[in-house]
Design a protein around this ligand. Sequence first.
Ligand SMILES: O=C(O)COP(=O)(O)O
Ligand SMILES: [Mg+2]
Length: 223
Amino acid sequence: MTPPIVLDIDGTITRGDGSSAIDPRVFETLREWPAPVVIATGKAFPYPVALCQFVGIEPLVIAENGGIALAGEEVRVTGDADGPRTVAAEYREAGHSVGWGESDLVNRWRETEVAVNRASPLAPLEALAEDHGLEVVDTGYAYHVKDPAISKGEGLHAVCRVIDRSPEEFVAIGDSENDVSTFEAAGRSFAVANADDAALAAADEVIEGSYSAGALSVLSELR
Ligand SMILES: O=C(O)COP(=O)(O)O
Ligand SMILES: [Mg+2]
């Protein structure tokens, strides 16, 4: 039986060309997957929801590293972004930039955390986050200022309660420290070869291929 899967976006189903472009081969693979597909990402909520709609699959979504979970009719939002926004304001007062320009599409629809461009300095962000009881998670794509109690893995438990599945039935694929909790929750876990040290250490298996090529090779074996 093909298992349900929980999939990261950036660094996992992207092409690895330095952009956030998803490998188009992934769309067809997900559309034909004969079991639940949960998209678990650090991105803001609209991105994975749109991905599911455009792929043509039921939206089962964990966004903002677990701050938002969608399954069936239920949208669960854990906490709010007051603390992270205060950290971002203090970071700006200290002369640093969140780093996404005027439009800031990265944070525009974010409800429970704030993401900072990795070109901005990490140390002062971590110090301010700690002052507010928050943590900074480095996904390799952004620094996320968030409540340490929130995680993708906890989000997977929430989604599973709604769809009446168990996290242990799932196979997880990811690339970075924000996927470690998913790897722990899922029954089986794979890190793509480009994964960071935390993800490589936490995964049951490390895939030979990188980015979407790696993820697609596992998905093809699982079917
Ligand atoms: O938003 C990010 O920084 C990373 O997103 P991801 O969890 O899909 O890799
Ligand atoms: Mg990732």
